[in-house]
Unconditional design. Structure first.
Length: 667
């Protein structure tokens, strides 16, 4: 029995504790009533309309009407336009939390001998008519609030309470939210569809219609010609259009749509979004603008009939839209994935060369390529390894090739013939996830054109892709990159010596005079080239470069698939080198290379062993030049007397007869 009593007492203690906690923390109804009674407009959160009338000192009144709709707050008077949501929310917040700090019944004011005009309430400086939801009335409930002058001290206002029976003193924050220019109450934006939602853009003039649509493949033109658009350029253009702002709203009746040029607009811009669209009409130019003001156009939105508000916009952001077909068009002709290319077939001057990607033997093996070409003798096929960097460079060049100009989207057959595209100068087919064929025609000539465009010059070519009608102008450099010759893609490293191979001797011979210009030798077992060549050796740097070049012989470009002199360029020098190969037997081999004289920045070389003719790489050209110069003994300096007596045409300076010699020369 004792434990039952203990348990009962414990329950009573818990209940008592909970009751005391509830009494301590519950809200005092008197405080709630007190707080509610301090609010001037307890139901301000349900406001759906605001009519604001401002009176100036001369008695003129300006009325602005704001209404809440499904699309948000709208300014309906003096113009019809979306309202600035931030400005409206600021007014609503001030009304919702407007508190009275003091109140004076009208009877007390009359007894004191004062008038409403003493409080700025006859007439009131501002008048607010607030419409709020009311189930008993379809029009809603209206509440009138008149705002007078500021009090004599502090940041306070006199306000006539709703019902007109007492004057209240409130904070002046409300005045700051309603006493704003009309421009701050209206939205600055023209379009309210966000860029990310847009799915179409239509630009229509009296002469043409341009339409772009968005699909899973990005943006493309539907009219006037189906073509791919540049996704990034379209996004930038849409952001520019959506970001435009209204310069000025035209009050109703100031100008008619006919005079503003909006009954027959010069430009119609339609943005399509998710099940909605907006159309902007651009009319004639605005006249009478202040000096240095950017040109403006009259405009309106096509969604409200003839009563739609007319406004002005800057002209320059919309001028380029008439050229959208060219400005927004994808300028890359060949839009393929470089990593998916399996082969390239190049046809030029009756020759065909195919570059094929080889199947890797393992997942981590780098890509490898081979070239396949028909030999000059006939049907024999010649296959050799192609340099992967050179093939990848060509693929990147094709992938990044851009249009200089769009020549024609509907060329006549005669145009294709005259432009060299019916029988192209060069053709390349890229095979991968999708096949592309590029046709290159003639150089573009301005001859015969009255006013040739800037792109009409021989530095550009006519080009098109197979299966498409459009013809473009492209840079001439792409023709130089397309060579139907396996030499163009051969590895630029002609020979490489084994890691432990040593160059034992170097000999350079002038073949025209059968004269040795350089002869150097080391003992490989005990000497190296850097130790044998002293710092005082004038040719030390060039000889070391020559030794390094022999170890890894690189060429700039291959010229012929055989060792052969070029016309008017006979072999002038021969470089002979003895190479000690790695191994215990000390075996060696001799390698010889032939060179022409240097022609500006170019020099031709050849290898009998490799049976090839090529252009030398620049480091080897720079090293050979001083080594092949004939080294003449220096001339003995002339004495001062010989200098004075030398004839004028000898090139020696001559002094005037009365000019004295310098002290160190007068003997």
């Amino acid at each position: 029995m004792r434990w039952k009593l203990t348990f009962l007492l414990l329950l009573l203690n818990v209940a008592a504790f909970y009751y005391l906690y509830y009494l301590e923390n519950r809200e005092d109804p008197r405080e709630v009533i007190k707080d509610m009674s301090a609010l001037v407009l307890p139901q301000a959160g349900d406001i759906t309309g605001i009519t604001l009338t401002a009176r100036s000192q001369d008695g003129q009144a300006r009325t602005r009407v704001l209404e809440k709709t499904r699309r948000g707050w709208q300014l309906t008077s003096p113009v019809k336009w979306p309202a600035n949501e931030n400005a409206v929310q600021k007014i609503l917040a001030q009304l919702e939390f407007l508190e009275k700090e003091a109140n004076f019944p009208l009877s007390d004011i009359e007894k004191s001998g004062q008038k409403l005009s003493d409080f700025g309430l006859d007439p009131a400086q501002f008048e607010l008519v607030l419409t709020s939801l009311d189930d008993s009335s379809a029009k809603g409930k209206e509440t009138r609030l008149e705002i007078g002058s500021t009090t004599g001290m502090g940041n306070r206002l006199y306000v006539m309470a709703p019902g007109g029976k007492e004057v209240l003193v409130v904070g002046d924050e409300l005045l700051g939210s309603i006493a704003v220019p009309l421009a701050e109450l209206r939205s600055q934006r023209i379009f309210d569809i966000p860029v990310f939602e847009l799915e179409s853009l239509t630009v229509q003039t009296t002469a043409q219609r341009i339409r772009l649509v968005k699909s899973s493949d990005g943006w493309s033109f539907e009219t006037p010609v189906p073509a791919k658009a540049d996704d990034q350029l379209v996004q930038n253009a849409l952001a520019l259009i959506v970001g435009q702002r209204v310069e000025r709203l035209i009050p109703t009746g100031e100008i008619s749509p006919e005079l503003a040029g909006l009954t027959t607009p010069t430009l119609r811009i339609t943005l399509g979004g998710n099940n909605r669209r907006q159309t902007l009409l651009l009319g004639g130019p605005v006249t009478g603008l202040p000096e240095n003001t950017p040109p403006q156009l009259y405009a309106r939105l096509e969604n409200g009939g003839e009563d739609t508000t007319i406004f002005t916009v800057q002209k320059s952001p919309f001028e380029w839209l008439t050229r959208a077909q060219e400005e927004l068009r994808e300028r890359r002709i060949l839009r393929f994935d470089p990593t998916k290319v399996s082969s390239l077939e190049i046809n030029r001057a009756g020759k065909t060369l195919t570059l094929q990607r080889l199947e890797p033997r393992s997942a981590d093996e780098p890509p490898a390529w081979q070239s396949v070409a028909a030999a000059s003798s006939g049907g024999e096929v010649k296959t050799e390894t192609a340099a992967t960097p050179l093939v990848e460079q060509l693929i990147q060049q094709l992938n990044q090739m851009e249009v200089i100009a769009f020549v024609s989207d509907a060329p006549a057959p005669s145009d294709l013939v005259s432009w060299g595209l019916s029988d192209p100068v060069a053709q390349v087919t890229i095979r991968g996830a999708r096949d592309w064929t590029l046709l290159l025609g003639n150089n573009i000539s301005p001859e015969g054109q009255t006013s040739p465009p800037p792109w009409a010059n021989p530095r550009n070519l006519y080009a098109k892709t197979s299966g498409k009608a459009s013809v473009y102008a492209v840079d001439l450099s792409i023709l130089g990159a397309l060579r139907a010759d396996s030499l163009a893609y051969r590895n630029r490293t002609l020979t490489s010596l084994p890691k432990d191979a040593r160059v034992q001797s170097l000999t350079i011979t002038d073949l025209s005079a059968n004269k040795v210009l350089l002869e150097k030798r080391i003992k490989p077992e005990s000497e190296t080239w850097p130790t044998v060549l002293t710092e005082d050796d004038i040719d030390r740097s060039e000889i070391l470069t020559l030794v390094d070049s022999l170890k890894d012989f690189k060429v700039k470009e291959y010229l012929l698939p055989e060792f052969k002199e070029l016309p008017n360029l006979p072999w002038r020098y021969r470089l002979d080198a003895d190479i000690i190969l790695p191994g215990g037997d000390g075996s060696s081999e001799k390698r010889s290379y032939y060179f022409t004289i240097r022609d500006g920045i170019r020099q031709v070389g050849g290898s009998p062993r490799q049976n090839v003719t090529f252009l030398l790489a620049q480091p080897l050209i720079d090293a050979l030049f001083p080594l092949t110069l004939e080294k003449l003994p220096p001339n003995t300096p002339k004495s001062p007397k010989e200098v004075l007596e030398a004839p004028l045409d000898s090139g020696a300076p001559r002094r005037a007869p009365d000019q004295a010699l310098p002290p160190n020369e007068a003997k």
